[in-house]
Write a protein that binds this ligand. Structure first.
Ligand code: FMN
Length: 221
């Protein structure tokens, strides 16, 4: 399954930089892909197709490696963005923020592999039925909103692994080699990290945001 994920993403390591509205800037995406992971643009706050094309161009100016983008269910331009991504040769995307049901036919028609981000076993099973190529199982430790009231990564990932026959990528609270290996021990075939990638020099986030992450203690979340 790990090999399947690498093939799906077209990268060396099954490490995805989770899309992050406002802060997964093209330079961060390119740096992650250049290092052998899978960088990912966010589209949730983009206002036009041109803006997405411009961001893709900025990634490609830095790296020729594979990268992806996230489509968000409630973003009104998501279908238009899917067409842009297909035209621009982006092969694999993540889909989050709700059921992919209304989008799956278009994504398949465009030839986009879609990985569904979900915080529940039910969401994972349904995504598999819609044709998802893989699942990101996002535990409640995750930055962002999806898993806030759900199960922890430790509890969610093995249950999703048991419920679907496609690769499962673990997200939520993963930040170094130890948590990467722990995710694999739970049955995941890869990991998606968000917060850890904010605290990098390539990320556009304000220095105060990065400092807050670096200074955070066990109960700071
Ligand atoms: C500031 C921020 C913005 C995010 N925005 C999105 C988004 O637009 N779409 C999405 O699918 N996930 C989003 N996420 C979730 C991340 O892609 C990733 O799954 C999550 O951060 C993993 O948990 P971690 O932060 O503990 O590593 C966001 C996370 C953060 C921290």
């Amino acid at each position: 399954m790990k090999e399947m994920v690498r093939e799906l993403l077209g990268c060396e390591h099954p490490v995805i930089q989770g899309a992050m509205g406002f802060v997964s800037n093209p330079e961060l995406v390119a740096a992650v892909s250049e290092a052998g992971g899978f960088g990912q643009l966010a589209t949730i706050f983009l206002e036009s197709e041109e803006e997405l094309r411009e961001q893709i161009g900025r990634v490609r100016a830095i790296t020729s490696r594979s990268f992806g983008a996230n489509l968000f269910a409630k973003q009104p331009l998501s279908k238009a963005f899917a067409e842009v991504l297909a035209e621009e040769g982006v092969r694999t995307i993540t889909f989050s923020g709700g059921s992919p049901k209304a989008f799956a036919p278009l994504l398949k028609e465009l030839g986009l592999n879609f990985i569904v981000v979900t915080a529940t076993v039910r969401g994972a099973v349904s995504a598999r039925e819609q044709g998802a190529a893989a699942i990101v199982a996002e535990g409640s430790e995750s930055g962002g909103v999806q898993g806030y009231r759900g199960s922890s990564t430790m509890v969610l990932v093995p249950q999703v692994v048991d419920a679907v026959d496609i690769p499962v990528i673990a997200a939520g609270g993963i930040f170094d080699g130890r948590s990467y290996r722990a995710a694999l021990a739970l049955g995941a075939s890869g990991v998606q990290l968000g917060t850890r990638f904010i605290a990098t020099k390539e990320c556009i986030a304000h220095p105060n945001f990065k400092d807050a992450i670096l200074k955070a203690e066990d109960t700071s979340t």
